[in-house]
Design a protein around this ligand. Sequence first.
Ligand code: SF4
Length: 182
Amino acid sequence: MASQSSKIEWTESTWNPVRGCTRVSEGCRFCYAERIAARFSGKGMAYEGLAENTKAGPRWTQQVRLIPELLDQPLKWKKSRRIFVNSMSDLFHEKVKLSEIQKVFSVMEKANSHQFQVLTKRADRLLEYNSKLPWPTNIWMGVSVEDERVTDRIDALRQTDAHIKFLSLEPLLGALPDLKTE
Ligand code: SF4
């Protein structure tokens, strides 16, 4: 489902070098990626084996994979743009190896005419690998926060070396405590 243009209002393009995910917190109950992946999970389709339709609805199967042939896609895009990385996965998912995350970061570093927006719910893993990743200024790093139970993701994001940090507060399922800016 890698695409050149995106309907997401805060970005211009999506790039999905990793496909597949698993639910990690309440915000994932509304996961559109899981629904789309289940729709395109038939034999020979892009999400084969990654999601399925169950009695409870679309569900990830626990499989996650890097798509090597999509890795250099942004390097082929000549026009500078804002790119949302992995709208169909979470780059810091437990099943994505550090070496694979580093490959994705290396492409972002090389494709420096673009701005990359990386959003994760796995902030602990992001922080764990922070020092092993390059942080060029064209990478925006964000965490999703849906309620007060997961505000530790913000603390982890703060401790990273990303130059531009952002929050996604959707779906906002509950009140958030006052967030200090320092
Ligand atoms: S982390 Fe994101 S892609 Fe993964 S299940 Fe949750 S909402 Fe979906």
